[in-house]
Design a protein around this ligand. Structure first.
Ligand SMILES: Nc1ncnc2c1ncn2[C@@H]1O[C@H](COP(=O)(O)OP(=O)(O)O)[C@@H](O)[C@H]1O
Length: 200
């Protein structure tokens, strides 16, 4: 199963990705985590990405598309994967479509976690407060605000994009974590049923 988790910072993508990973035995591919690892290892990509990430801006499309393509070629992605934090622009979505096509893969669903903007600010502020010393370098109030603006301007258009491609599944992300998980699992099984019906 190949899934995309879509939603603003603080929507709970990482939390649900981990649960999906356990439920389906497929890896979570978080471009944020991969880029943070590159920054830490001071690779060429990491050196380029560091300041961009700390500002809350987006790393260039070709950089993230490159790391995602390399990652999905790994053997653990054979049965599928969960993309978390990618694609973040329409150009990335189009590049992903080409990459998947080249590898003979297709998408099963794009899970949009829909959340209330006011609640988001509170969640991310809490994350900043709780993270204490282990704070992520881009978890400053300023960078978070910037990430929300970037989301609205560059990533939110993906909702329409994936509605048009027929992959969009909208989930209420304001519910408690277990209920969001249950809603996702239900949506995935009915998506599967309708695919089986369409094929049969
Ligand atoms: N697909 C992507 N395209 C461009 N930049 C990305 C992408 N994924 C992650 N990044 C960079 O990494 C930062 C952190 O990403 P992530 O951990 O997914 O953030 P969040 O916690 O806001 O969901 C982003 O602000 C951006 O600079």
């Amino acid at each position: 199963m190949r899934l995309i988790l879509l939603g603003p910072p603080g929507a709970g993508k990482g939390t649900q990705a981990k649960r999906l990973m356990e439920a389906h035995g497929i890896p979570q591919l978080s471009t944020g985590d991969m880029l943070r690892a590159a920054v830490k290892a001071e690779t060429e990509i990491g050196l380029k990405a560091k300041d961009i990430m700390n500002r809350g801006d987006l790393v260039p499309d070709e950089v993230v598309v490159g790391i995602v393509e390399e990652r999905i070629e790994e053997p653990d992605c054979k049965n599928g994967f969960i993309l978390d934090g990618f694609p973040r622009t329409v150009a990335q979505a189009e590049a992903l479509e080409r990459v998947l096509e080249r590898h003979g893969m297709d998408l099963d669903a794009v899970l949009q976690l829909e959340v209330d903007e006011n609640a988001l600010a509170a969640r991310v502020e809490q994350r900043v407060a709780e993270s204490g010393d282990a704070v992520r370098e881009d978890d400053t109030v300023e960078a978070l605000k910037k990430r929300l603006v970037v989301y609205r301007e560059q990533t939110a258009p993906l909702v329409d994009h994936y509605r048009e491609t027929g992959h969009l599944v909208t989930i209420d992300g304001m519910k408690p974590i277990d209920e969001v998980e249950a809603a996702i699992s239900e949506a995935l099984s009915s998506a599967k049923d309708s695919r089986i019906r369409a094929a049969g």
